[in-house]
Design a protein around this ligand. Structure first.
Ligand code: INI
Length: 159
């Protein structure tokens, strides 16, 4: 048996992206942003097709992304933030609402939203995932956004 397989490619040429990046914990989120831009560049995205939107913190992401995605100007949105438990008595609220709000924004607008919001216990763990030891989750989120944008294009075209 050879079932049909549908899979998005990693070619970003001609696709439009918004990157929403939180200023809170900016030492980390700026590294995530650098990783995301690196991925988009390597995969062929045009500079003019990438828009960066800054928000105060991860809490502000769901409404911002729902608004942006609702305008249907982008093929995918990349959310970049860092919520660190050690510094955050209300960690669970900020991290939980960011996660569920972003999922809801994607479902309501039908625009893929890549979740590049780190949720860690310590600053060190966040740094490790922002390019120090364990890859760069901003890069990974951008790769996911590229693949999902292409996958949805194919599915909508009935391919
Ligand atoms: N926002 C973050 O993105 N990460 C955090 O770790 C964080 N902490 O620690 O509180 C955080 N808080 C700010 C929050 O996102 C909002 O900007 C703020 O509550 C105003 O609405």
């Amino acid at each position: 048996m050879t079932p049909k397989v549908t899979e998005g490619s990693l070619n970003a040429r001609g696709l439009k992206f918004a990157i929403v990046v939180a200023r809170f914990n900016s030492a980390i989120t700026e590294r995530l942003l650098a990783g995301a831009l690196d991925a988009l560049t390597r995969c062929g995205a045009n500079e003019g097709d990438v828009e960066i939107v800054r928000v105060p913190g991860s809490w502000e992401m769901p409404l911002t992304i729902k608004t942006l995605a609702g305008q249907k100007r982008h093929d995918a949105v990349i959310a970049l933030g860092a919520v660190i438990r050690g510094d955050t008595p209300h960690f669970d609220y900020v991290a939980g609402q960011a996660a569920s709000g972003l999922a809801q924004a994607a479902l309501e607008t039908e625009v893929p939203v890549a979740f590049g919001v780190l949720t860690t216990n310590t600053v060190e763990q966040a740094m490790d995932r922002a390019g120090l030891k364990s890859g760069n989750k901003g890069f990974d989120a951008a790769m996911t956004a590229i693949e999902m944008a292409d996958l949805l294009r194919m599915l909508r075209a009935g391919q």
